[in-house]
Structures are given as C-alpha cells and as structure tokens.
Design a protein around this ligand. Structure first.
Ligand SMILES: CC(C)(COP(=O)(O)OP(=O)(O)OC[C@H]1O[C@@H](n2cnc3c(N)ncnc32)[C@H](O)[C@@H]1OP(=O)(O)O)[C@@H](O)C(=O)NCCC(=O)NCCS
Length: 168
C-alpha cells in the first residue's frame, strides 16, 4: 500500500475553479509556508501554537512529513502538513491565508487529505481550546475529541486533542 505521502503525490486534481491548484508541498515551498504561518498566527487570532517555527524547522517538517497545499496562481492559499508515524498521521500545522478564510478552502483541502488515508489509518491533531473556528472545521470533517492537555499553551490555554479514523 502506498504511504499517504505517495498517494498525495499521485492524486493531483483540480478543485473548484481552474485557477486553483492542489498539489503536495515541496521543500521549495518552505518560505511561502513559513510566511503564511507567520500571517495566520500573528496574534490577531490569539490562539498560540505549540512552538516558534523558524524557516529551517518548517523546511525540515516538509522534508520529513507530508504536506498538501492549495494555490491560486502562484500564491499559497492554504496548506496542511502532517507527520506519518505508522498508521497515524500527526498534524503538524495547517493554515489558510487570512484573506481567504471562511471560503471553504480548508474544508476542501483537509477533506481531500483525509480521503488519502488508508483504511484503519488515523489522523491526530491538537488545537487551542479557544480556537473555535478550527474546532468547527474538525468536527465538520468528522474528527472527534479524544483528550485534553491542560495549560499546554504559553497563554495557559488547554490543548484539545482530536482524532479522525479512516473507515472505508
Ligand atoms: C482554522 C482555519 C484553518 C480554517 O480555515 P478556513 O479555510 O477558513 O476554513 P473553511 O472556510 O474551509 O471552513 C470550514 C469550516 O470551518 C469552520 N469555520 C471556519 N472559519 C470559521 C469562523 N471564522 N467561524 C466559525 N467557524 C468557522 C466552519 O465550520 C466551516 O464550515 P462551514 O462554513 O461549512 O460551516 C483558519 O481559520 C486558519 O488558518 N486559522 C489560523 C491557523 C489555525 O488556527 N490553524 C489550526 C491550528 S490547530
């Protein structure tokens, strides 16, 4: 069976409009991914992530993990980056450009990524307890809450753990 990374590479399709392109993330996307992360987590939303991500660490995650992104023209709209650990894909981070949020891009992109997970596989993620847009997104995609880590983030907020299991 192909790993998620291989599946993603071979499953390129064009969602919605012609100008939108979905493809796997490559190391050369590192600077754009890093810039989008900085924009998406600039404090406006008040939901800190677990660590500070340097460009080097973002590039390293793309190299070691598997990622999928949505582009409009040459511009990065949204991405999901995961790390494959056996039958579990642990979500490292995901974001949609703040100018394009609330338009269904992440629902499409993450929904597509979930379709690539083989039967019995699971996707895990953790999210700040206050990040309600993300909570709604995950529930809508079929994730269920499986745990909590109190005072996990720097602001004292708890991390809520979600899991999605592939049943085919
Ligand atoms: C969370 C995030 C990735 C959602 O991306 P998005 O492209 O805006 O999401 P979509 O437009 O595809 O919306 C999908 C679902 O998420 C929920 N949602 C998204 N934005 C929302 C908002 N502002 N308020 C409430 N629900 C929201 C809704 O349930 C929505 O589906 P629906 O409109 O059909 O009900 C985006 O807000 C983001 O990048 N946030 C900053 C980074 C972040 O928090 N990442 C997650 C950390 S774990």
């Amino acid at each position: 069976m192909k790993s998620l990374k291989e599946n993603i590479k071979f499953a390129a399709t064009s969602p919605r409009a012609k100008r939108l392109k979905r493809r796997s993330l490559a190391v050369h996307d590192g600077p754009e991914v890093h810039a989008l992360l900085e924009k998406a987590y600039d404090g406006t939303y008040g939901y800190p992530i677990g660590g500070m991500w340097s460009l080097e660490s973002v590039v390293s995650e793309i190299e070691k993990g598997c990622g999928w992104a949505l582009f409009r023209g040459n511009g990065l709209l949204a991405f999901v980056l995961l790390r494959e650990i056996g039958l579990v894909w642990d979500t490292t981070f995901l974001a949609t450009d703040p100018n394009f949020q609330g338009q269904g891009y992440m629902r499409d992109l993450f929904g597509f990524v979930l379709q690539q997970v083989p039967s019995g596989g699971a996707v895990w993620l953790e999210v700040h307890e206050g990040n309600l847009p993300a909570h709604r997104l995950y529930r809508r995609l079929g994730f269920r809450r499986v745990g909590m880590r109190p005072q996990y983030y720097r602001d004292g907020g708890a991390a809520i753990l979600f899991e999605w299991v592939a049943r085919k």
